[in-house]
Design a protein around this ligand. Structure first.
Ligand code: 6GU
Length: 246
């Protein structure tokens, strides 16, 4: 998968050199290309923002450098024979990121991220981009960040770990919180007793069917307490009558 990231802080993405994503890049599973928005300015001060039309606080990102950068990203995709990338614009005004969306992004050959700062990017940049590519405005939660960079790191990590061969054990990906619309239950490892606290007996039983039943029950109980709206959103018939009663 190709990932292009446009930002005024390319250094912000150093974490993508580490761990699982760094290894995926080294193995060629993931190709990350960072673009510095200021490289597409033409004034001595490399200005990327200006005051908002209509007044109000803060600054808005100017359309010209964005237009030129996104043209260059698209030209790069065309050069490599890929259709226009899916452009993801992280913004607190976007649709909420979900595991389903991450799965959808993981099936794309090419993603581009446009990281805004200040009060956002001139709206015409998105309107113009939509003439050439699919654009999705995405929020990672109901709180406000200073810019799209941290959100882009979150989205790239959520997507990259779904790519074949990035996570060592693909079964762990299928088991994750949210993978089946439920939160994951608790996990335990050795020793069997630690500071007087025992591992639940069923996990030591070797009875795999009983362990699977117990884990699912834990997942359902935890989801009911912490995120009841997730249970309501499960497809009808997802829970057995016994599970419904938990
Ligand atoms: Cl995606 N961007 C910004 N700037 N703030 C956010 C966000 C994104 N998601 C939640 N808050």
């Amino acid at each position: 998968m190709h990932v292009d990231i446009v930002s005024i802080f390319p250094e912000y993405f150093r974490p993508l050199e580490l761990s699982l994503i760094g290894k995926a890049r080294a193995r060629g599973v993931l190709d990350v290309h960072l673009w510095d928005l200021r490289d597409f300015t033409h004034d001595p001060h490399r200005t990327v923002d200006d005051t908002p039309y209509g007044g109000g606080p803060g600054m808005v990102m100017r359309p010209e450098p964005w237009g030129e950068t996104l043209d260059a990203v698209r030209a790069e995709a065309a050069r490599l024979g890929v259709d226009a990338p899916l452009l993801i614009v992280p913004t607190p005004a976007g649709e909420l990121l979900t595991q389903r969306a991450a799965e959808r992004y993981a099936a794309e050959p090419w993603l581009a991220f446009a990281c805004g700062r200040y009060e956002g990017i001139d709206e015409r940049v998105l309107l113009d981009a939509r003439r050439h590519m699919r654009v999705e405005e995405v929020s990672i939660g109901d709180y406000v960040l200073a810019g799209g960079e941290a959100a882009t790191l979150v989205i790239v990590e959520a997507v990259a770990r779904l790519l074949p061969g990035v996570v060592g054990n693909q079964a762990s990906v299928l088991d994750d919180s949210h993978a089946q619309g439920l939160l994951e239950g608790p996990a335990y490892t050795k020793p069997a007793v630690w500071r007087g606290l025992e591992v639940p007996e069923v996990l030591l039983s070797g009875n795999h069917a009983a362990i699977a039943r117990w884990r699912r029950e834990q997942a359902i109980r935890r989801t009911a307490v912490r995120r009841p709206e997730l249970l309501d959103a499960l497809p009808p018939g997802s829970l057995t009558p016994h599970e419904e009663a938990l």
